[in-house]
Design a protein around this ligand. Structure first.
Ligand code: FAD
Length: 288
C-alpha cells in the first residue's frame, strides 16, 4: 500500500517511527514494542537510516520483517550520506522486490566525525536530488522532511521553505515534520507552505519527552525549541523517570489534541522504540 493513497481519507492517520537497534537484545525488544503497538492500528510504521548509512542492512531487513512478519505497512528511510547513485540503485531494487512501496527520502546528517555535510562524488548534495533520482527510476511513494522551526543549516526561513517546495515538486508525496513542541509552529508552517503552493499533506512529527538530558541533546541538534514552561516542569522532576514521562505524555497529548482539532492530517510518533508513551497518548485521543 502506498501511504499517499490512504492520506486525505478524511480521518487522521497515526504512524510510528523506530530506529534499528544495536544488538540482538534490542531487536527482540523492538519487535515486542512493534507487536504491542500493532493493535493501535497505525497506518504505517517507519524505520530510520543510521548516520553514514551505518544501519543500511538493518533498516532494510527490519522494514521487510515489519511488512511481512508483523503485517504492518512499512516505510524505509534512506539518506544520501556516503552513497553514490550506483549504491542507491540496488537498495531501491531490493526494497521494490521485497514489496516495500514507501521511502522517506532524506539528505541525512553528516557523520559525527564531520562538521558539515559532504556529498558523495556520485551522490546528492540535497534531498531533492535523491527524490528526483528515485522518482525517475522507480514507483515508490516518497515522504520528505519538513521543518516548522526551520532546518538549522538553512540560509533563511524562506529558503528552507523553497527547499521543501523543490522536494515536493521533485516527487515528494507527503511531508513529515521534525519534532516540535508548540502547535502554533506547525500551523504557521502549514500556512506558509500553502502560500508558496505546497499542496502535499504535512504530518506533524511528535516526540513525547521521556528523558530530560536526551531531549535537550536532540533539540540542540535539530534546532527545535523546548518551551520554557515545559522545560521548567521537566527539570523539576528530572531524576524521576516516571514523573518525566508523565510530563512528556501530558504535553504531547495536549499537542496532538490541538493539532488534530486544527486539521492536521494525522500524527507521526517518534517512539524511540518504546510503546508506553505512544499508547497512552493515543488512548487519550480516541473518541471512546
Ligand atoms: P535537505 O532537504 O537536503 O535540506 C538540508 C539543508 O539544506 C536545509 O537547511 C535546506 O534548507 C538546505 N538546502 C536544501 N536545498 C538547498 C539548495 N539548493 N541550496 C541551499 N540550501 C539548500 N536523518 C538520518 O540520518 N536518518 C533518518 O532516518 C532520518 N529520518 C528523519 C525523518 C524525519 C521525518 C525528519 C524530519 C528528519 C530525519 N532525519 C534523519 C534527519 C535529517 O536527515 C536531517 O534533518 C538532515 O540534516 C536534513 O535532511 P533533509 O532531508 O531535510 O535535507
Amino acid at each position: 500500500m502506498k501511504i499517499k493513497d490512504v492520506m486525505n481519507g478524511g480521518w487522521p492517520l497515526f504512524s510510528f517511527e523506530f530506529f534499528p537497534p544495536k544488538d540482538d537484545a534490542g531487536a527482540i525488544s523492538l519487535f515486542e514494542t512493534i507487536a504491542n503497538l500493532k493493535e493501535l492500528r497505525p497506518a504505517y510504521v517507519s524505520v530510520t537510516y543510521g548516520a553514514g548509512g551505518s544501519t543500511r542492512r538493518k533498516t532494510i531487513d527490519i522494514t521487510k520483517r515489519i511488512k511481512h512478519e508483523i503485517g504492518l505497512e512499512a516505510m524505509a528511510h534512506l539518506t544520501c550520506v556516503g552513497h553514490g547513485r550506483e549504491e542507491i540503485l540496488p537498495l531501491l531494487d531490493e526494497l521494490e522486490q521485497a514489496g516495500i512501496e514507501n521511502i522517506m527520502a532524506l539528505r541525512g546528517d553528516p557523520p559525527q566525525s564531520e562538521s558539515s555535510f559532504v556529498p558523495h562524488p556520485d551522490g546528492f548534495r540535497y534531498a531533492d536530488g535523491l527524490v528526483s533520482f528515485i522518482r525517475s527510476r522507480k514507483n515508490f511513494c516518497l515522504g520528505v522532511a519538513g521543518y516548522p522551526e526551520v532546518h538549522p543549516e538553512a540560509a533563511s526561513k524562506d529558503a528552507d521553505l523553497a527547499n521543501l517546495k523543490r522536494k515536493v515538486e521533485a516527487g515528494g508525496d507527503f511531508v513529515v515534520t521534525q519534532l516540535f513542541f508548540e502547535p502554533r509552529d506547525y500551523f504557521d508552517f502549514v500556512e506558509r507552505a500553502g502560500k508558496v503552493g505546497i499542496k502535499a499533506p504535512i504530518v506533524p512529527g511528535i516526540m513525547p519527552v521521556t528523558n530530560v538530558a536526551q531531549i535537550k541533546r536532540f533539540t540542540q541538534m535539530c534546532g527545535a525549541k523546548l518551551p520554557s514552561p515545559l522545560l521548567a516542569k521537566l527539570e523539576a522532576v528530572d531524576g524521576d523517570p516516571k514523573a518525566v514521562a508523565q510530563v512528556g505524555i501530558e504535553h504531547a497529548t495536549r499537542q496532538c489534541q490541538e493539532l488534530l482539532r486544527g486539521g492536521a492530517p494525522g500524527i507521526h510518533f517518534y517512539t524511540l522504540n518504546k510503546s508506553h508513551a505512544t499508547r497512552t497518548i493515543l488512548s487519550s485521543l480516541s473518541p471512546s
